[in-house]
Ligand binder design. Structure first.
Ligand code: AMP
Ligand code: MN
Ligand code: MN
Ligand code: MN
Length: 341
C-alpha cells in the first residue's frame, strides 16, 4: 500500500520540470525512488517495474542525466543477446549512450553500429572492450572505452588474448574430462561459436547437463581459482592493456573494482599501479553496491585524480540487474566521458 502512495506522489512530481533551486530535493527524490525500487525488487514486488518505468519516462530522469551504460556483453563473448538484441533492449530502456565491452573482442561493435544506422535508433554507441589482465595472481579486468577498433596495437593484443583463451579452454577441457565430463570442451566451443570462449560457457554447459544446479557452483566446485579444473590464465599485464587502449585512442578504466574480493589495502595497491600505468578511470558506479563501497571508490577517484565510469556489466536479462539500471554518476567526480569532447 505504501508503495502505491509513493509511486503516485512520484509520478505527480516527476512530471514537473524542476526549477534550478530545487535541484537537490528532486535529486534526493530521484534516488529515493531508486531505493524504493530496490526494496520492491528484494521482496519480489511487481511494483518495481512500475517505479522503474516512472523513473525512466519522467522528465526528472531526462533532466538530471543522460541514461548511460558503459559496460555490457553480447553473444560475441559471454552475453546471451546478439548485438542487435542488445541494441533493441537499450533503446527500449531509453538509454542514450551504450558501450559494448565484450571480453577480449570487438566483433560485436560493427554489427551493433550497422544495426543502429539501419533502424535509425537514437542511441550513441561507444566502442568498448573488456581486457583480462593478470595482476599479482588476480584476474583484473580493464575496460577500454572510445577505442578505434582497427588500431594495430590493439588488434595484436586481441589476437594474443584470444590465443590465451583458446589454450586455457582446451586445458580446462582436459581437466574437466578427468573430473568426469568428457567432450565438454567441444560443447563449450560450440556454445561460444564465433565469440570469445570464456569460463561462463563451461559453467553453462555444466549447468545444462545437470552437473551443477547454478552457474556459480561451477566456479565454486570446478573452474574457479584453486578448484580442480582451474587453469592459470596467461593474460597480458595491466600496463600492456592500458597501453593498447591508449594506442587505440581510448580510455582505460578498472572494471568493477569492488568485485575482486580484494582488501582495501590491496585495492589501493591496484589503483596505485594502474595510475602509474597511466590508467584513466575506475568503474565506480555499478548496480548493487554497498554504501561503504561507494564511498571508498569515490575517495580513490578523488585521491588519485581518476575519472569515473559506470556500467551494469549486463550479460543477460535478470531481475537483479539490467541495462542502465540504478546507475547515476555522483556529483563530485569527473565522468570518463568528459575526456571525449
Ligand atoms: P573468463 O573471462 O573466461 O575467466 O570468464 C569469466 C566470466 O564468467 C566473467 O566475465 C563472468 O561473466 C562469469 N562469471 C560468473 N561467475 C563467476 C565467478 N564466480 N568468477 C569468475 N567469473 C564468473
Ligand atoms: Mn563475462
Ligand atoms: Mn569483468
Ligand atoms: Mn564485463
Amino acid at each position: 500500500m505504501n508503495f502505491y502512495v509513493q509511486v503516485n506522489i512520484t509520478t505527480h512530481l516527476c512530471r514537473v520540470m524542476p526549477p534550478p533551486n530545487h535541484r537537490n530535493s528532486l535529486f534526493y527524490l530521484y534516488h529515493y525512488c531508486l531505493h524504493l525500487s530496490k526494496i520492491a525488487s528484494a521482496i519480489n514486488s511487481p511494483i518495481e517495474e512500475l517505479i522503474m518505468t516512472v523513473l525512466s519516462t519522467s522528465d526528472l530522469a531526462d533532466y538530471y542525466s543522460l541514461r548511460v551504460d558503459l559496460h555490457s556483453h553480447t553473444k560475441c563473448s559471454d552475453g546471451t543477446l546478439t548485438p542487435q538484441e542488445l541494441v533493441e533492449r537499450a533503446v527500449n530502456f531509453q538509454l542514450n549512450v551504450l558501450a559494448i565491452t565484450d571480453h577480449d573482442t570487438v566483433k560485436g561493435l560493427s554489427i551493433a553500429k550497422d544495426y543502429i544506422v539501419e533502424k535509425n535508433h537514437p542511441l550513441k554507441l561507444v566502442n568498448g572492450i573488456e581486457l583480462s589482465t593478470s595482476w599479482q595472481g588476480f584476474e583484473i579486468h580493464i575496460v577500454g572505452l572510445n577505442i578505434d577498433v582497427n588500431n594495430n596495437e590493439l588488434q595484436t593484443l586481441i589476437n594474443s588474448q584470444q590465443q590465451a583463451r583458446e589454450l586455457r579452454a582446451t586445458t580446462m577441457g582436459e581437466k574437466l574430462t578427468k573430473c568426469g565430463f568428457p567432450g565438454i570442451y567441444q560443447q563449450a566451443k560450440d556454445l561460444a561459436g564465433e565469440g570469445s570462449i570464456t569460463r561462463a560457457h563451461f559453467a553453462k554447459i555444466l549447468l545444462q547437463e545437470g552437473h551443477v544446479d547454478h552457474m556459480q557452483k561451477a566456479f565454486d566446485k570446478y573452474i574457479g581459482k584453486g578448484q580442480r579444473a582451474f587453469v592459470k590464465p596467461t593474460w597480458c599485464s595491466i600496463e600492456e592493456a592500458v597501453a593498447a587502449i591508449h594506442h587505440a585512442g581510448g580510455n582505460a578504466v578498472i572494471a568493477h573494482p569492488v568485485r575482486y574480493d580484494l582488501s582495501t589495502k590491496w585495492l589501493r595497491r591496484l589503483v596505485v599501479q594502474f595510475k602509474a600505468a597511466q590508467g584513466d578511470g575506475l568503474e565506480i558506479v555499478l548496480p548493487q553496491m554497498g554504501n561503504e563501497q561507494r564511498k571508498l571508490m569515490l575517495s580513490f577517484c578523488l585521491e588519485y585524480d581518476l575519472h569515473a565510469s559506470m556500467g551494469s556489466d549486463f550479460h543477460y536479462p535478470s531481475r537483479w540487474s539490467d541495462l542502465g539500471r540504478n546507475l547515476r554518476m555522483p556529483d563530485k567526480v569527473k565522468p570518463i566521458w568528459d575526456l571525449w569532447h
